[in-house]
Design a protein around this ligand. Structure first.
Ligand SMILES: [Zn+2]
Length: 282
């Protein structure tokens, strides 16, 4: 593992999304589909500023909407990116790194909340699901969906991307991304699909759901790079992991999820001076 990968995450990541969602639920407010709520971010004013994916409030204008969103335009380590030209580093696939402490995923799933926050379908859980990365311990905070994918592979999009957002005790973020395409039905996803909210502002609470989140992370080679939130305020110092192998769900499952989403993908950003690494066991 190169020293580049050992660089510790920064300290300016701000993430209180769970609190924001709690406010929405507690106050009975419906997040505005045009903005008004947050996805991966929850910086103070972020949920008061309308942003979206089209027109005057679309990604090309995010930086103009608020000084707090300046990174969306000025940042030099932004996400998503096109996954191409990676430096291949020999390493172990995810499931085999467990004993080496490079990357582990654990889970104890029991209760989940699904909420449609107007930008995506977001799942929060009291599951203990952890990611150990370069000696820093991250715990799962939520996961959510993008339709179509935000990351591309040599310019090609997948129909769906799932972001598993993890946070460390120091407040640093690590997001594990999974590209999903159409194939055979995967029953693991039926729990989530059955509980999808009816629309923006709706939320569902599920008790005692034994969702095997580890099954959502396939054993796979994976990309790593340093990036940002893909939603305002586009804060940087986010550790990104993108699974090289794609997950497959049935056409019906795909339709069930994407019917709740609408082009909520930020376009790819320049890689710039960063290095993209592909950790490969092959
Ligand atoms: Zn996301």
């Amino acid at each position: 593992m190169s020293t580049r990968l050992l660089a510790s995450a920064g300290t300016n990541a701000r993430f209180t999304c769970v609190l924001c969602l709690a406010v929405f639920v507690a106050c009975g407010q419906s997040p505005d589909p045009q903005g008004g709520s947050v996805e991966e971010s929850a910086q103070g004013t972020a949920h008061e500023i309308h942003w979206g994916y089209e027109g005057e409030i679309g990604p090309a204008r995010w930086a103009d909407l608020s000084p707090d969103f300046a990174q969306c335009g000025q940042g030099r380590e932004q996400s998503p990116i096109d996954l191409v030209g990676a430096v291949v580093v020999e390493g172990m696939p995810l499931e085999k790194t467990r004993s080496q402490g490079l990357l582990t995923v654990e889970q104890r799933a029991r209760v989940m909340d699904l909420i449609d926050n107007g930008h995506t379908i977001q799942v929060t859980s009291d599951a203990f699901m952890a990611l150990d990365l370069d000696g820093e311990h991250y715990e799962l905070v939520q996961y959510h969906f993008h339709d179509p994918s935000e990351h591309t592979v040599d310019g090609e999009q997948a129909p769906l991307e799932v972001h598993f957002v993890h946070k460390s005790a120091a407040g640093n973020l690590a997001v594990a991304a999974l590209l999903v395409e159409v194939g055979d039905r995967d029953p693991v996803w039926d729990h989530v699909i059955a509980a999808l909210p009816s629309g923006p502002g709706d939320s569902r609470h599920l008790d005692d759901l034994d969702l095997k989140t580890s099954e959502l992370h396939p054993a796979s080679d994976y990309y790593r790079y340093r990036g940002s939130l893909t939603t305002p305020p586009c804060s940087e110092d986010v550790e990104w992991i993108v699974m090289a192998d794609r997950h497959r769900i049935s056409p019906e499952q795909m339709a069930a999820i994407t019917s709740h989403l609408h082009q909520n993908n930020r376009p790819v950003q320049p890689l710039g001076e960063r290095e993209l690494v592909l950790i490969s066991s092959r």
